[in-house]
Every structure is written in structure tokens, then in C-alpha cells.
Design a protein around this ligand. Structure first.
Ligand code: EPU
Length: 423
């Protein structure tokens, strides 16, 4: 387990390239199980979560190999239908194997991933969706078993207490592509990662309309074929770089930042006084050298609302803004593990139910801190970059799950950062 040592106080400067999207890539890897032909996936980020998914696909019987940097070939000629606990427990996103296994094998046994530090992560909507498609489901010995022998198209409503479900939508879409008849998913998640998956499935021969909107219509086809697909850039990584540039008063050009994928986030920051330069070919320049930001009032919501996956990073930035910012979490009301660690660095943050109230600007000072989940770790990195002195962030395997070469990219922007083996 490595740690990161960051000496703060340096303004980030230069250009940084955003890698492929983790949350698009994981269901896309799972979708390769839908065909016995070869799929070539490009712009794949180098992440431990991607390696976990590759390992699970291999365990299921698929041939999976990285043909060159960022390009993976997956061929699921002969596969089994059981995704065992030992692998699934390492990554919640493995639940998105349920859809493709049910579609291809007409049977799935996927271990339930269990608890998670960011709060409850139920799968009731996934189960509701599979049942609507006329599948039988049961939970036994910690596994969710699906009997999909009589799967058929149907109307599936996927709204829940916190809005729709992203991986649930991916699952139902993948389950329905080879189900006889027509499926209409209502209140579908419309995140860009879902649109990307729909694009890949269409290229495999699926008949899908409305991917990336709230209503997705799928007409089942007998089989899918292989394809080549390029994963979209990671909007959360792009947002993380923007926040880091602002918190360090830097001047950074972020390449592979798709403006339309970041609408609500950019709007929040523009309302707080930020000015962005939107360059050609999906690049955004943030020059914060002389910027004085106003406090923010932010609420996370399903897409196209403000992503929960940027909430922690916005909290870290708000510690560097004069005035009181309020950040409310509407997707995972308990996702505030970064707050006590930021407080240890000198931030003035109080919790009020699902909201964090941040009183800035705080003089942050480096301290030993502990990463607890992926986005909380990103928030600690941002705070460390803005802090005086040295911060040691432990347990950065969380960062390696979702950020491709973050330390190397930071170094190229001038940050004083070292990766050290944990003592
Ligand atoms: N929910 C239910 N029932 C369900 C499923 C979800 O009530 O059956 C609730 C959840 O508890 C949550 C909300 O619905 O309150 C949204 O959950 P969703 O299912 O959309 O989340 P997910 O698909 O499990 C994906 C991302 C997360 C991201 C969320 C929200 C992947 C692999 N993961 O999770 O990413 O936070 O959508 O946008 O796509 C991350 O990258 O750090 C991360 C956690």
C-alpha cells in the first residue's frame, strides 16, 4: 500500500490529458460478454478497477488482454454464469455483470458486493428491473441468482428514492438487448456513460433508441457481434483537474474535458466568478492566477445535475473561498468521509444532515491523513496541494482505483509530489 507525500503551495501550471472514463469502461467491459466475437476497447484507463473487471471476465472464461497501452481485446467465446464473491467484493461495479450474463447465458449468479463507505448501495432497482423482464430472482448465500430463461421485453420503471440508477440502467439495457420483444426503460439514468454504453451496444448490432435520455427503447435481436469502441473521456477526472487548478490558483489546460458533460459543474463555478476558456478539441483552460471566487451553494443530483462524484473535490475547493459555502448531497447523504480529514488540515466545516457548511478561507496546513474512498482521496490531494507544508496521504490504493497516473500527471503540472511505499 503506497502513500503520497505532497508539499503544498505550488500553483499548478501546464497541460494535462484526461484518461478514459472509469464508469463508462466498467460496464463496457461487461458488455463484451454479450457476444462470442472479439471486441476491441480503446482509450481504456490504467486503473486497478479495470484490472479487477478484466480478472472477473477471465474467471468467467473470457480471453482478455491488453494489446497495447489503453487498448484491450476481449473475446468471450465460452463463458460461465457465476461471478464469485472473492472477486466481486473488490469492486461494487461488478453488479453490472448481471445484465450481460442474463442475456447471454439466460442465467446469472452474481455475488452481492456488500457494504460501502459512501453509504447504502442497494440493488433493489436492478432486481425490480430484471423481474419486470420476466426473470426470476432470488438471493441465496450472498448471491443474487437470476433465472432468465423466459426473459422478454417489457416496460421497466427505474426511478427510486434518489432518482434513477446508473448501473441499474446499464444492467437492464444489457439484459434487454437479446430479449424477445420491446423493452421501454422509463426514468432511465441519462449519464454520458450510459449513452456511451448504448453506442457500443448499437455497434454490436443492438437496436436501442434514446440511450442518454430518460426513456430508452430496446428491440431485442437474436445475437450481437464484435465491435471496436473508444471509451469517452472521464468527466469526473476533468472536473477534479479543474478544481485542483482553482484551489492552487493555477493555470491549467485540461485536454479531453467535454464541456457538455460538465454543464452543471461549470455553471456552478461560473456563477462563483470563474472564467473558463473553451478551446477546440474538447480542451478547457482554467486560469485562476488572479481569480477571487465567491462562495458556492451546490446540490448534487443525477445527471445533468451536479455529480456526486465531484462533491468532495468541491468541498476541498470551498475551504479556499472567502465566505460560507453550502454543499448538499442528494445521492449519497452520508458521503462526507473527507470532512473529518479536511478538518484535521485546518478546514472549518460543519455537517448539517446531508449538507456540509464550509467557512472559508482557511489556512490549511499539511498533516498525515487517511484516504477512505476514491473521491474523498481526490479531495485530500486538492487540499494538500493548497496547504502549507507537507501532507502524507495514506491508503492511496483508493486513488489508483479511479485516477490513471494521478501522481505523474500532477508532477507534470509542477506539483511537489512523491509516491512512497507505506511504512
Ligand atoms: N439506488 C437505489 N436502489 C438501487 C440502486 C441505486 O436506491 O437498486 C440509489 C443509490 O443508493 C443512490 C442512487 O440510487 O442513492 C444512485 O445510485 P446508482 O445506482 O446510480 O449508483 P451506481 O450505479 O451504483 C454509479 C457510479 C458511482 C456514482 C453513482 C452516482 C459506476 C461504476 N459507479 O454508481 O461512481 O457515484 O453512479 O452517480 O458507474 C465513483 O466513481 O466514485 C462512484 C462511486
Amino acid at each position: 500500500m503506497d502513500s503520497l507525500l505532497i508539499r503544498g503551495g505550488t500553483r499548478l501550471r501546464g497541460e494535462v490529458q484526461v484518461s478514459g472514463s472509469k464508469n463508462a469502461c466498467l460496464p463496457i467491459f461487461a458488455a463484451c460478454l454479450l457476444t462470442d466475437q472479439k471486441c476491441l476497447i480503446k482509450n481504456v484507463p490504467n486503473l486497478s478497477d479495470v484490472n479487477f473487471m478484466a480478472q472477473i471476465l477471465r474467471e468467467l472464461g473470457a480471453e482478455v488482454s491488453m494489446v497495447k497501452d489503453g487498448e484491450w481485446e476481449i473475446c468471450a467465446k465460452k463463458i460461465s454464469h457465476t461471478a464469485p464473491y472473492e472477486l466481486v467484493r473488490k469492486m461494487r461495479a461488478s453488479i453490472c455483470l448481471l445484465g450481460p450474463l442474463s442475456a447471454r447465458m439466460r442465467r446469472a449468479e452474481v455475488s452481492l458486493p456488500g457494504g460501502c463507505v459512501i453509504g447504502a448501495r442497494p440493488v433493489d432497482l436492478h432486481i425490480k428491473g430484471m423481474r419486470a423482464l420476466n426473470c426470476k430472482t432470488e438471493i441465496e448465500r450472498g448471491y443474487l441468482n437470476v433465472d432468465a430463461r423466459k426473459i422478454r421485453g417489457a416496460r421497466v420503471y427505474l426511478g427510486g428514492r434518489f432518482g434513477s440508477t446508473v448501473t441499474g440502467t446499464a444492467n437492464i439495457m444489457m439484459a434487454a438487448v437479446m430479449a424477445p420483444g420491446t423493452t421501454v426503460i422509463e426514468n432511465a439514468a441519462c449519464e454520458p456513460e450510459i449513452a456511451d454504453l448504448a453506442k457500443m451496444l448499437s455497434n454490436m448490432g443492438a437496436q436501442i433508441e434514446g440511450g442518454g435520455t430518460h426513456t430508452i427503447t430496446i428491440t431485442g435481436v437474436p445475437r450481437l457481434g464484435g465491435t471496436s469502441h473508444t471509451v469517452i473521456p472521464d468527466r469526473i477526472e476533468a472536473g477534479t483537474w479543474i478544481t485542483a487548478a482553482l484551489a492552487t490558483k493555477g493555470d491549467v489546460t485540461i485536454k479531453g474535458a467535454i464541456r457538455s458533460h460538465l454543464g452543471s459543474f461549470l455553471d456552478l463555478l461560473e456563477c462563483a466568478g470563474c472564467k473558463f476558456e473553451y478551446l477546440k478539441y474538447d480542451a478547457i483552460r482554467v486560469n485562476a492566477s488572479r481569480l477571487k471566487m465567491k462562495p458556492v451553494e451546490a446540490v448534487t443530483l443525477p445527471y445533468p445535475g451536479l455529480p456526486t462524484d465531484l462533491q468532495a473535490q468541491i468541498c476541498a475547493l470551498a475551504t479556499q473561498i472567502d465566505g460560507i459555502s453550502v454543499i448538499t448531497e442528494r445521492i449519497y447523504p452520508e458521503r462526507f468521509m473527507h470532512v473529518p480529514e479536511l478538518s484535521r488540515m485546518g478546514a472549518n466545516i460543519s455537517r448539517e444532515g446531508p449538507s456540509a457548511i464550509i467557512c472559508g478561507k482557511s489556512r490549511l496546513s499539511g498533516a498525515p491523513v487517511m484516504a477512505s474512498d476514491l473521491r474523498a482521496s481526490a479531495a485530500l490531494v486538492i487540499a494538500a496541494l493548497a496547504a502549507e507544508g507537507e501532507t502524507k496521504i495514506r491508503r492511496i490504493y483508493h486513488l489508483d482505483r479511479g485516477y490513471d497516473s494521478m501522481d505523474k500527471k500532477l508532477k507534470s503540472l509542477g506539483a511537489k509530489i512523491e509516491r512512497t511505499p507505506e511504512d
